[in-house]
Design a protein around this ligand. Sequence first.
Ligand code: FE2
Length: 222
Amino acid sequence: MLDFHAHILPGADHGSDGLQTSLRQLKLAEQAGIDTVIATPHFYPQTDEFDRFLQLRRSAYESLLEHYSGSVRILAGAEVHMCVGLDHLEGLEALCIPGTNVMLCELPFRSFSSGLTETFERLMDERGIVPVLAHVDRYDPTVINNLFGMGLLGQLNAEPLSRTFHRRRLLPWIDGGYIVALGSDIHGVEIGYAQFSRAVDFLGPRFDAIESRARKLLRQAL
Ligand SMILES: [Fe+2]
């Protein structure tokens, strides 16, 4: 199984606070049957310096690989906070999952503007990026439906799918083919992969469909 969204790089953001936490997170992933984790540290273009982010991510990734000897494959991506004009960032391909043009994009919680819609269009049409919207379960469904209508794809967090209430409302997005990935969005070790496992149990064959879309999207990286 593939975890598309995880904050497991030591000290790279407010997720894992250090190497020991990262190693425990990976142990929990192994125990849950995860074979690939996309590490997605937050990148906030309005406040983070791009080169510094890349440098921090690289050193965190190398340090983790140096100390981790388990079975999970780790790919270093990013969770990119969307802002108007992001498409102008030189070298933004480095934020994609390595070997692909797939970028995990986090929408702002408030104030979705038409400028963001245009930024998404330019990211796709001019920069050749395939944005995947992070945890679409958190946002106004009308906004998400409009973005799906433009050809954007979505990632669901395991958390809402692990709960009995409201999770059925997410199924039409899965059955419509818009959801291409499931993510733990793990930050520390408290919750681990318990929600992920419950979500997989709930989804049944729907999980297989999501997983196959994710692997197809990342075929050059896996
Ligand atoms: Fe996240």
